[in-house]
Design a binder for this molecule. Structure first.
Ligand code: BES
Ligand code: MN
Ligand code: ZN
Length: 492
């Protein structure tokens, strides 16, 4: 899909689908008036009949039957002017894409006159329209892919294509393939997405200027003493992998960032086996790793002046005959020990290795993404990720980036006092605490492995996977985190 900009008017633009944002109770804008005149009052008739008021989330579709150069009209409710955010534009882009599919439109022209932040709004429309087109149809015998969109034109009388407008659209275009890659990796069946497959896909997709990939197999993982990854892998026939992706900017790097992603390719719980129902979606448990791979894969195009290393410890968590047992103790490379009382709290066990290894490189920031706890979903629901950090400026920056990207993050506290609950009778800590505050105690375990490097942990257990279709994502992997991470790296 090509994005274009045009200086023209709604009643003369020729397109398959003309989209007009309409604020609540503001049905008298110049674009609508001009169209209505050409349509001999039929549009306002239709508006009255349908009771369309411009309320957020509402829309009105109208076929012009050739009386204006645009074949179809779509009025999209934007709600109250004060409540319009970049997400309103993103959802409108998605709504437009859906309508284009419904009417078989290959071209969309979008009336583009935002009150504020035109750059953000333009990027958001492109994001919405593109994100809404994603389907994972590989395993369907008769799939109906939405009509391919040829172009999306943003227009208004006097529209100026500024460099910042173009930059924002280009960033969206360059980021979204990373979101789709992350979605694909999550949506693949878990017996396809093994640790080995994840390593191969990383090698395949993280190529290009500045990017390099190193994948460690079991021998190397043993030699490097990644004890948590090995412990979790013991119950499986599949070998583990430790994936590292490096991005080196061509100039001098202004900062050094480590991105760490949980890569549990399937979480059965291990010997602390999950009930069947809870296992149904557990192919999602590598979504943090997928977000890191998706983000890294785009850096050769986005080219931030930042050195970035991605770390993904990968294995499934299965209860095979040699599986780790409740009561086992893991000794980590930083000397710390963890008593494993619940093999289903496995994410923290493999992330500990990756965080300790990443910390040795002394990056300026470490950010990990993990579908870590059901408790975080209890706290924040499925739409919002939890963020924990030992560095408030980093957390603030990430939350700002997430807001602009339309991904929801909410900060949860690292409550020092809860460390008590992790005391073990044989080791430095145990891997589970009591029944309450599970997202926090999990985060406290991770914190033990980051030294004092500015670090943020994103618990994406909720938003990594959409249980039902949403405006910008079909049921399944969402690619959550890629858009936020890209923005973060570009604004550092
Ligand atoms: N992968 C799960 C967390 C999860 C649950 C992600 C639901 C997405 C949806 C994680 O490994 C896990 O099993 N966590 C346990 C921890 C518990 C044993 C302390 C949980 O949340 O129940
Ligand atoms: Mn688990
Ligand atoms: Zn898990």
């Amino acid at each position: 899909m090509e994005t274009r900009f045009r200086d023209t008017n709604a009643d003369v633009i020729k397109t398959d689908l003309l989209v007009l944002p309409v604020e609540e109770k503001k049905l008298e804008g110049p674009a609508i008036r001009a169209l209505n005149r050409r349509l001999k009052g039929k549009l306002s008739e239709q508006i009255q009949k349908s009771k369309f008021t411009g309320a957020e989330g509402s829309s009105l579709s109208y076929s012009t039957a050739g009386t204006v150069p645009a074949s179809h009209l779509l009025l999209v409710g934007f709600g109250k002017a004060n409540d319009v955010t970049s997400d309103t534009w993103r959802r409108a882009g998605a709504r437009a894409r859906k309508e284009a599919s419904a009417v078989g439109a290959q071209e969309i022209a979008f009336f583009f006159a935002p009150d504020k932040d035109p750059d953000d709004a333009a990027g958001a429309v492109v994001e919405g329209a593109t994100l809404a087109s994603y389907r994972f149809n590989k395993y369907r015998s008769n799939s109906s892919n939405p009509t391919a969109l040829k172009s999306l034109t943003l227009f208004k009388p006097g529209l100026k294509r500024t460099p910042s407008l173009e930059r924002s659209v280009r960033r969206a275009e360059q980021t979204l393939p990373g979101v789709f890659l992350a979605r694909d990796l999550v949506n693949e069946p878990p017996s396809v997405t093994t640790a080995r497959f994840l390593g191969e896909q990383t090698q395949r997709h993280c190529r290009g200027r500045g990017l390099s990939v190193e994948v460690w197999g079991k021998k190397k993982i043993e030699a490097m003493n990644l004890a948590g990854l090995l412990a979790v892998n013991r119950g499986s026939h599949e070998e583990p992998r430790f994936i590292q992706i490096h991005y080196q900017p061509s100039g001098k790097a202004r900062k050094k960032v480590a991105l760490i992603g949980k890569g549990i390719t399937f979480d059965s719980g291990g010997l602390s086996l999950k009930p069947a129902k809870s296992m149904e979606t557990m192919k999602l448990d590598m979504a943090g790793g997928a977000a890191v791979i998706g983000t890294m894969s785009r850096l050769s195009d986005l080219r931030p002046d930042i050195e970035v290393t991605g770390y993904i410890p990968a294995t499934d968590n299965l209860p095979g005959g040699n599986a780790q047992k409740p009561g086992d103790v893991i000794r980590y490379l930083n000397g710390k020990t963890i008593e494993v009382l619940n093999t289903d709290a496995e994410g923290r066990l493999i992330l500990a290795d990756a965080l300790a290894l990443a910390a040795k490189q002394k990056p300026d920031y470490m950010i990990n993404l993990a579908t870590l706890t059901g408790a975080c979903m209890v706290a924040l629901g499925t739409g919002v990720a939890g963020i924990f950090s030992n560095h408030q400026a980093l957390a603030d920056n990430l939350m700002r980036c997430a807001r602009d990207a339309g991904e929801k993050l909410w900060q949860l506290p690292l409550v020092k006092e809860y460390r008590e609950a992790l005391k073990s009778s044989v080791a430095d800590m145990k891997n589970v605490a009591g029944p309450h505050g599970g997202a926090i105690t999990a985060a406290l375990i991770l914190q033990e492995f980051v030294d004092d490097i500015p670090w943020a942990h994103l618990d994406i257990a909720g938003p990594a996977f959409a249980e039902t279709d949403t405006a910008i994502c079909a049921k399944g992997g969402t690619g959550f985190g890629v858009r936020t991470l890209v923005r973060f790296l570009l604004t550092l």
